[in-house]
Write a protein that binds this ligand. Structure first.
Ligand SMILES: Cc1cc2nc3c(=O)[nH]c(=O)nc-3n(C[C@H](O)[C@H](O)[C@H](O)COP(=O)(O)O)c2cc1C
Length: 421
């Protein structure tokens, strides 16, 4: 007689990762409008961008009266003193979520190196999310130097201690599932040993980016360790989600079948076009113009930070399109809505958001404001955070603080409303 397969019980407010095709955690590309877009096109779950525990600790929570989104924010120490900043600009939004539309489908990913701070940070967001995930895969020096990300793969005792603490002190308290995202180790034996140890911590899910830590994003994912990882997870009752070069829902479903895993996670393909979550039978991948229009609706609905909107539009639009070429000159939502020919539908809202956020031609930050931002960023994160590390070819995987500061904004620190710092 064969019993039903073992399964780590999914707590009341948690989610089962089985049978799901999900949006991967992505700094910058996994902000709220992109997550809402992925959900609209059929993603079953969405991971938010990695957020460092120390950046979350000390934030206050508020419901934005204009958007009904929940924001975890902090007032920079000089924000009170600087009259050049209006009250909304003073606060840095560290994490933003949509409690209604993401309900039961959002997984919060932590960058952490310590059980204590992991628990403290996760407890803040736990009432609003369906799962807490630990990033044990970021290969960047600023993450690994702090003992976070891929450094945890080399320190399994610490990683297991973090996961056990989260399961006990956050998972049990808030009835949430805890998961971990790892990369492959050099040999199947080493990966298997690690996965076995992780599965014994009480986690309900494990996602595996099928590249080793030194591998570059452009190198093809390697899948030959997947079956053994899936088998170890199955034995322990932990859901196993594969990641790496998955290009869309139909392919994801085939790969899940082929490798005996429980689900699949998509990053780069979804960053370019979140409609990859839509199956061919339901219409398949949408044209970029449709995707951009839907993106703009969400970005305006949630008052998305302008710099992030610009960045995401740059990912969604073909580089050669006239719209993409016009993007760098746009100073606010009204302008881009005109470029996209969406004035009739979105013009009014764009004007409102520009007004609220102080955007538009001639409304850029003054030098004093930029200097104030630079100062407050340094105060919060230390001089070091702005220095670009000497790495030959940085991968895109990044922890919140540094990818914003180092990778994408080398000339200036992130704006006061930078998310996922
Ligand atoms: C822009 C970008 C940002 C990323 N940020 C994170 C992150 O915050 N946390 C994380 O665990 N992985 C991060 N990753 C890695 C992805 O989640 C994923 O593991 C990797 O891109 C492989 O999946 P893919 O082949 O579908 O792109 C990021 C990747 C990209 C492209």
């Amino acid at each position: 007689m064969t019993g039903s397969p073992k399964r780590v019980p999914i707590p009341r407010n948690g989610v089962d990762y089985r049978g799901k095709v999900v949006l991967a955690p992505m700094v910058r590309s996994g902000e709220l409008p992109m997550r809402l877009l992925a959900l609209k096109y059929g993603a079953d779950l969405v991971w938010g961008p990695e957020t460092i525990d120390r950046a979350m600790i000390g934030t206050t929570t508020r419901v934005n009266p204009h958007t009904s989104t929940v924001e975890f924010q902090r007032l920079p120490s000089n924000g009170q003193k600087n009259p050049a900043l209006n009250p909304e600009q003073k606060a840095s939004v560290i994490y933003r979520l949509d409690p209604a539309r993401e309900r039961g489908r959002l997984v919060f990913q932590l960058g952490t190196a310590s059980p204590g701070t992991a628990v403290e940070a996760a407890a803040l967001v736990a009432p609003y999310v369906a799962g807490i995930d630990v990033n044990a895969g970021c290969p960047k020096p600023f993450s690994t130097a702090g003992g976070m990300g891929a450094a945890l793969l080399r320190d399994p005792d610490r990683l297991c201690a973090i996961l056990r603490a989260l399961v006990r002190d956050v998972g049990a308290r808030f009835a949430l599932a805890v998961s971990v995202k790892i990369r492959l180790l050099e040999t199947a034996e080493r990966t298997e040993r690690l996965v076995r140890a992780l599965c014994a911590t009480g986690i309900a899910g494990l996602s595996v980016h099928c590249r080793t830590t030194p591998m570059r994003p452009r190198e093809p994912a390697i899948r030959d360790q997947l079956r053994i990882i899936a088998a170890v997870c199955r034995e322990a009752g932990v859901a196993c989600v594969m990641n790496g070069d998955v290009t869309g829902r139909d392919e994801a479903e085939k790969l899940v079948e082929e490798y005996g895993v429980d689900g699949a996670m998509i990053a780069t393909a979804a960053e370019k076009n979140p409609s990859v979550f839509r199956a061919e039978k339901d219409g398949g991948q949408a044209h970029w113009k449709e995707v951009v229009r839907e993106y703009m609706r969400f970005a305006l609905e949630v008052d998305n930070r302008w710099a992030n909107t610009k960045f995401s539009l740059g990912q969604l639009m073909p580089g050669k399109s006239d719209e993409c070429k016009a993007l760098p000159k746009c100073k606010g939502y009204t302008e881009i809505v005109e470029v996209l020919g969406l004035e009739e539908e979105l013009g009014e809202r764009a004007a409102e958001v520009d007004k609220r956020m102080g955007l538009g031609p001639g409304k850029g930050e003054s030098r004093a404001q930029k200097r104030a931002r630079a100062r407050e960023w340094r105060e919060e994160h230390g001089e070091q955070s702005l220095k670009k590390p000497k790495v030959p070819e940085p991968s895109k995987e990044a922890s919140g603080i540094s990818s914003e500061a180092i990778e994408h904004m080398p000339a200036a620190p992130p704006s006061a409303s930078a998310v996922s710092v």
